[in-house]
Write a protein that binds this ligand. Structure first.
Ligand code: HEM
Ligand SMILES: *[C@@H]1O[C@H](CO)[C@@H](O)[C@H](O)[C@H]1NC(C)=O
Ligand SMILES: *[C@@H]1O[C@H](CO)[C@@H](O)[C@H](O)[C@H]1NC(C)=O
Length: 316
């Protein structure tokens, strides 16, 4: 009897401390030991051919995690009547899907049916940061892939026009704090933005101001010169920061100079707590990197899916 009680209680403890979908660092140690090196090599070789790939992969992972958790829903193709996230309104500039699809193919050849597309994307986002000169970290693994992807759900992503309270709400709905918000916004140290994402700030800002007074006038003037009226050149835009292939803390310095692209970036100065963090990260690259890693692990552990997809583009 005592033995049974002891067994039962240890079972309860076990199941409480290790839910079926808990992530772990050694998840593929036995089943697919080379997964990390396969992903790293794929990201490296594709980046050599196209310098925009790291930024694309980091943003793709963020979009994945913010809709239905990190479940590779962002990778699914539209099918029949169902328009997938990829084809949603917020898909502008998401690209580089082939990097994940290609890594998955290689992984399937050595360990079929074992590694989720969501894990591959989480690893690729980490590798993208490292390749750009940012910090590295160990990625917990064991995510499952989802079976649903809806274009309409991309409306749940935070918009570049968001105020600090809207940003805070968007993050807290996903269990992320204001510290996470400030640290993760630092992802905007790499990459490119189209004019449509910041045009609200440089023309017809409101009834009385043509330009957002929160933007430095000379910066606004330079953006106006690259963004044609009526958004005629669909590919026009600006790099997120002048060192746009280098993962550093320049983003925070730019916010302090009123030279950040989006209202949502500049909004980080409108709350005392987030403002303090912007100052801290602008002064210390180390503090930024430490906070970024912590918040990335948190964001990238948001739960999602149900299966290990065979092909990242379609459900099993
Ligand atoms: C806080 C809320 C956020 C908003 C409102 C936001 C919004 C945007 C927008 C509008 C763009 C430009 C899209 C375009 O015009 O092409 C962009 C680009 C980007 N975002 Fe964010 N973002 C946010 C958070 C994040 C986070 C958390 C990350 C990653 C940690 C991230 C990483 C990136 C990257 C790397 C790019 C450049 C993409 C490329 O060059 O292809 N963003 N973001
Ligand atoms: C984004 O969506 C549009 C239609 O809404 C589609 O034509 C385009 O191919 C999509 N872009 C990507 C990168 O999937
Ligand atoms: C325009 O924006 C400025 C700065 O944010 C603000 O002070 C002003 O009240 C706004 N005007 C209108 C009409 O909304």
């Amino acid at each position: 009897m005592a033995l049974i009680v002891a067994l039962l209680s240890s079972l309860i403890v076990l199941s409480a401390s290790s839910p079926a979908d808990a992530l772990s660092l050694n998840h593929y140690e036995k089943t697919c030991p080379d997964v990390e090196s396969i992903v790293s090599k794929a990201v490296q070789s594709e980046t050599r051919k196209d310098k925009t790939i790291p930024a694309a992969l980091l943003r793709m992972h963020f979009h994945d995690c913010f809709i239905r958790g990190c479940d590779a829903s962002v990778l699914l193709y539209s099918k029949g009547n169902n328009k997938a996230e990829k084809d949603g309104p917020a898909n502008l500039s998401l690209h580089g899907f082939y990097v994940i699809e290609g890594a998955k193919k290689e992984i399937e050849a050595s360990c079929p049916g074992v590694v989720s597309c969501a894990d591959i994307l989480a690893l690729a986002a980490r590798d993208a940061v490292v390749l750009s000169g940012g910090p590295t970290w160990d990625v917990p693994k064991g995510r499952k892939d989802g079976r649903t992807s809806k274009a309409s759900e991309t409306l749940q992503l935070p918009a570049p026009t968001f105020t600090i309270s809207q940003l805070q709400q968007s993050f807290s709905q996903r269990g992320l704090s204001v510290d996470d918000l400030v640290a993760l916004s630092g992802g905007h140290t790499i990459g490119f933005s189209h004019c449509s994402s910041f045009v609200n700030r440089i023309r017809n800002f409101n009834a009385t101001q043509d330009i957002d007074p929160k933007m430095h006038p000379s910066f606004a003037a330079s953006l106006r010169s690259v963004c044609p009226i009526n958004n005629k050149a669909k590919n026009a835009g600006a790099t997120m920061d002048p060192s746009s292939t280098t993962f550093d803390n320049t983003y925070y310095k730019l916010i302090l100079q009123r030279k950040a692209l989006f209202s949502s970036d500049q909004a980080l100065l409108t709350n005392p707590k987030t403002k303090n963090l912007v100052h801290k990260f602008a002064t210390s690259k180390q503090a930024f990197e430490k906070a970024f890693v912590k918040s990335m692990i948190k964001m990238s552990s948001l739960n999602g899916g149900q299966e290990i997809r065979k092909d990242c583009r379609v459900v099993n």
